[in-house]
Design a protein around this ligand. Structure first.
Ligand code: PEP
Ligand code: MN
Length: 345
């Protein structure tokens, strides 16, 4: 027993030294970050981080499991930049606190396709400081012959991937049966554009979420006026849940006769809604534009107009995406939005 106690004392000493080293390391990385900021150089340097990890893995080959080196270094590299990321609190598990911080950034695929697909995307997102993972298990498709979502299996994948990556699940329910059956799978409950006018459903959502005040992300009906949109939010609020986030996602106008865009991005509505409500307003450039090439500039414009955040369809292989691949951006493109945020907030 004595021997164990002695060894434990040694371990405790080493743990303290490790923490001391982390603190010391942080003072240097802080200095690098401020130097980079003053020279307008991007703080996140993916290439250099990979070089650090690879070179240490090689140096200690045979002495320690390389996966451990990689895991520990990734945590340390995150930690060293955690204040620089304005998007989130990495180590906070308080969802409402996270949603209170501007800008809110939600990303992920249109549809949950498989565990591998969602895990791959989530890893990229978390690496970029994103904690809110979107993905549909029930898809509101125009055609009943189109893929409708993985349903329960998709929700299970979402839950496990979100938990493993320390992220929150943002997912849509289409009707009250899904709401009742699968409630706990959603950390943020999405009500889609097509359901903005389903007043009975909105009331049920309000009643159900009034108990735990689960955040509800309500998307603007693609043919809804601003007043109709606000009144739909009020249906939820009146049942006892004030925790509603409004999401603009483009509207249908005469432009769709010959515009390349899937919808008309309702960017100016951000300005008006800001005057009309205290609710958070986020923008969805993916459904608004319908084409990946327009997504990043539209996202940046939305933030410039005062949007409290963005929801962006992101996929590691947009060309193979089961739904909305055309409008899905790759993680590298999303980094351009993140870079804008980091420089401007
Ligand atoms: C979605 O975000 O997955 C979606 C279907 O969007 P909307 O309801 O805005 O069409
Ligand atoms: Mn979509």
């Amino acid at each position: 027993m004595n021997e164990i106690n002695n060894l434990r004392r040694e371990i405790n000493k080493i743990d303290k030294e490790l923490i001391d080293f982390l603190i010391k390391r942080k003072t240097f990385s802080d200095r690098i970050i401020s130097a980079k900021k003053s020279q307008a150089i991007s703080v996140y340097d993916k290439k250099r981080e990979l070089e650090i990890i690879t070179s240490l893995k090689n140096e200690f080959i045979g002495k320690i499991n390389p996966a451990l080196i990689e895991g520990v270094l990734r945590e340390i590299l995150f930690y060293s930049k955690s204040e620089y990321y304005k998007l989130n609190n990495y180590y906070s598990n308080d969802l409402n606190g996270l949603l209170d911080k501007s800008p809110i950034l939600i990303a992920g695929p249109c549809t949950i396709e498989s565990e591998e697909q969602l895990s791959g995307i989530a890893a990229h997102l978390f690496n970029n400081g994103i904690r809110l993972l979107r993905g549909g298990a029930f898809k509101p498709r125009t055609s009943p012959f189109s893929f409708q979502g993985l349903e329960e299996e998709g929700l299970k994948i979402m839950k496990s991937v979100a938990e493993k990556n320390n992220m929150f699940a943002v997912t849509e329910f289409l009707d009250s049966r899904q709401l009742e059956t699968y409630y706990d799978y959603a950390d943020v409950l999405q009500i889609g554009s097509r359901n903005m006018f389903s007043y009975g459903f909105l009331k049920q959502v309000g009643k159900k979420t009034a108990v735990d005040k689960k955040p509800v992300l309500l998307k603007r009906g693609f043919n809804a006026t601003l007043n109709e949109f606000l009144l739909s939010a009020q249906y939820i609020i009146n049942e006892g849940n004030p925790n509603v986030i409004l999401c603009l996602r483009g509207i249908r106008t005469f432009e769709q006769i010959d515009s390349q865009m899937r919808n008309t991005p309702d960017l100016a509505s951000i300005l008006e809604l800001k005057e009309l409500t205290d609710l958070k307003i986020i923008f969805d450039p993916s459904h608004a534009c319908g084409d990946a090439k327009f997504v990043v500039p539209t996202a940046v414009a939305a933030l410039g107009l005062g949007a409290d955040g963005l929801i962006i369809e992101t996929h590691t292989n947009p060309q193979d995406a089961v739904t909305d691949g055309k409008q899905s951006i790759e993680p590298a493109e999303l980094e351009r939005v993140i870079d804008y945020i980091n420089r401007n907030y």
